[in-house]
Design a protein around this ligand. Sequence first.
Ligand code: ADP
Ligand code: MG
Length: 393
Amino acid sequence: MAKKTVRDIDVRGKRVLVRVDFNVPIKDGAITDDRRIREALPTIEYLLGEGARVILVSHLGRPKAPFAPEFSLAPVRARLEELLGRPVKLAPDVVGPEVERMAEELRPGEVLLLENVRYYPEETKNDPDFAARLARLADVYVNDAFGTAHRAHASTEGVARLLPSVSGFLLAREVEVLRHVLEQPEHPFVAILGGAKIADKIGVIENLLKRVDALLVGGGIANTFLVARGYEVGQSLYEPEGVEVARRLLHEAEARGVDLLLPVDAVVATEISETAETQVVPVDAVPADGRIGDIGPRTRELYRERLQGARTIVWNGPMGVFELPPFAEGTIAVARAVAESGAYSVVGGGDSLAAVKLAGVEDKVSHLSTGGGATLEFLEGKELPGIAVLPDA
Ligand code: ADP
Ligand code: MG
């Protein structure tokens, strides 16, 4: 079930290369949200406490040119130093003789941050020579960057083949929770799927249909399901090429005895905007010029009731265009219902996490999965290369 972690390996006096996700938002040279740096602290502090010599490697954005200064990890170094309360050195490069020397000279309890690993195109190509140059810096490799674990890059996959490797606490926790809900969920298990495009979610829906007792559908993807059921959705966002898929998923749900719930009413407007004049209509009466922006109040209540009886909940994708107040209520209601259900709840996806925050129920969700694309691929049942390469406990 679980992954080997830093606790399962001797790191004292060793040079430990830790892949972290320091891909933080930076504006005019200042970090606007340091959450990702703070989340990496438990693993880093544990290693320092054990007398390891810590070498950190991360990407930041997508630099087009080598060593483009706006992609330097210099601002991250400064913030990390504040958070750790001890000096952090920034290497002038990612690999090479000078960085090797700096890594060699590092003493137990000291921290060296490498420059942006994506300064090298070899990183995303998972170039074996580049992975070997990274491996030369350390004795042990730790991956704590769950958000990039779905990519087979040199710093997430290649290097793990070359050094004794384990998971950091963040990554291990994500794997444990996501494996748990997929493999041994307590029933009733209810999934909530929303968001803009069905194309992004087919794999997740297919995999969850094999495991859940009910699937509640909202957001733009519900429109495509409604069309598949024969409803007219006016000017709403839907994917004509997704209708066939939706039809197949509806059949699959029926064959498996899964309750697949679609909205019974919707909040519609002629324009999806901040100042839209909305009305609530049953789904069989969407006006020809109407656009569905949210699930309606009867659907909110229906979904809330289903969530109340659940023991396990997985949620990805907002129920409506929650960024705009006229269409936010459905998503907020579902977030509250998840929080109040008492079920073991896991929420994943960038926008879904933002919705949980908007509803103010962050503390009541059992696990907020921060992986974005990695979380979705995990929920699809895919093997993530950065995780597959790390040993199970
Ligand atoms: P996540 O990031 O949690 O995986 P997605 O990115 O799949 O979620 O979906 C979020 C987006 O879906 C939001 O930008 C939201 O505005 C949009 N969306 C939700 N419902 C609708 C709808 N009915 N029409 C258009 N867009 C929608
Ligand atoms: Mg999104």
